[in-house]
Design a protein around this ligand. Structure first.
Ligand code: KG4
Ligand code: ZN
Length: 360
């Protein structure tokens, strides 16, 4: 095996291919030097991500993304000091495209390699944009595949407070959108439909106030210490929306009700996420809240969280560019771990269900 040079500090090349964004970035201690993201639109026609297409598109786009990121960063291959790559969780074929690219690059150049957990990456993504988004904080991670509420004691050291027991928040957005006949990806479509509903005179709380939807696993009777205090569930909510949609369809009234139904669904998700997060702030005494993941793009979620936290918390949310999957957050997580001496072996593999690192 080629000997691996020690990490000398300096720019880290990050690679992200866990789902349908192909991204490369160059990050150093000063922040993002270069970032390129290609969102694969080949999936829209299928109403969801097709794993085989995702893997092939990653292989096709990776070289160009790396060139773009390095060009923007004004660095040469010789300047790169380490390589970070998403090793999981995600679609295994998609992940493998990035992991193999990163391994080959690091091996050929004798650079230290680090496999990054995608969801930990999302926390670093928000920290790249907010200097104060540093531990200790409450992390709320909401993506298409995961919904996690955790307490970050330090970078790399976390206490899992709660998670979804079934669908992830983003998955629920996507599935509800599909049921309502809105195109993929559904999250942004639901938000837009809810905005139309509000413009047409929705209820004051952000929803339309027209459909009574459940708030699964949210009750005043929940007590700290019960798993249900922090855990979430979105599958029942999705089914409740589907049932109403079916009823409306039979009455020929669905098309006119889509915007209001989307608004009330969105409000139910926001209500659950905001209340669980408020509980975490109250129970831990941790004021800072770091939001991450694709659903963080939802403006009503950011608004609802800020409202619910009031003066008892400080919310740090990523910009839309860093909320969506990107390699800058992966490079930032790798930079932190490489700097403290961690390395991944050349046998690094992609893991579809990689466990969150550093759980206390
Ligand atoms: O983090 P991400 O880019 O990929 C994963 O790691 O899964 O998250 C993608 C998810 C999708 O489910 C998408 O519908 C959702 O984020 N999303 C949104 C919005 N924009 C993206 N959900 C709600 N409102 C949005 N504006
Ligand atoms: Zn993600």
């Amino acid at each position: 095996m080629a000997p691996v040079a020690a990490f000398r500090g300096g720019p880290v090349l990050g690679i992200e291919t866990s789902c349908d964004e192909t991204s490369a970035a160059v990050v150093d201690q000063s922040g993002i030097r270069g970032l390129a993201i290609a969102s694969q639109d080949a999936h829209a026609a299928f109403g969801g991500v097709v794993p085989e297409i995702a893997a092939r598109e990653h292989i096709r786009s990776l070289d160009a993304m790396v060139r773009h990121a390095m060009c923007e960063a004004e660095v040469d291959h010789a300047d790169i000091a380490g390589v970070g790559v998403t090793a999981g969780p995600g679609l295994v074929g998609a992940l493998l495209a990035g992991v193999n690219w990163a391994k080959a690059y690091a091996f050929a150049r004798g650079l230290p390699l680090l496999g990054v957990h995608h969801m930990e990456g999302h926390l670093f993504g928000t920290a790249l944009e907010h200097e104060s988004a540093q531990p200790p904080f409450i992390g709320l991670l909401v993506s298409g595949g995961h919904t996690l509420l955790l307490e970050a004691l330090a970078w790399g050291r976390y206490r899992l407070l709660g998670q979804t027991r079934d669908d992830a928040a983003g998955e629920a957005f996507d599935k509800v959108a599909r049921r309502l006949g809105l195109p993929y990806p559904g999250g942004p479509q639901i938000q837009r439909a809810a905005e139309r509903s509000a413009a047409a005179g929705g209820a004051a709380d952000g929803g339309a106030g027209r459909f009574r939807l459940p708030r699964p696993m949210l009750s005043r009777r929940d007590l700290p210490g019960d798993p249900a205090y922090y855990d979430m569930s979105f599958s029942g909510l999705k089914t409740a929306v589907a049932r109403i949609a079916e009823q409306l369809e039979e009455e020929g009234a669905l098309a006119d009700a889509v915007d209001d139904l989307a608004a009330d669904f969105q409000e139910a998700v926001v209500d659950v996420l905001a209340e669980k997060t408020r509980r975490a702030v109250e129970q831990t005494g941790c004021r800072r809240v770091v939001l991450g993941g694709g659903v963080a793009r939802n403006s009503r979620l950011r608004e609802g969280l800020a409202e619910r936290l009031g003066s008892s918390g400080e919310l740090y949310a990523p910009s839309p560019r860093l909320a969506t999957d990107n390699a800058a957050m992966i490079a930032a997580a790798a930079l932190f771990r490489l700097a403290r001496g961690e390395r991944s072996p050349w046998s690094l593999n992609a893991e579809a269900a990689l466990a969150f690192p550093g759980l206390a």
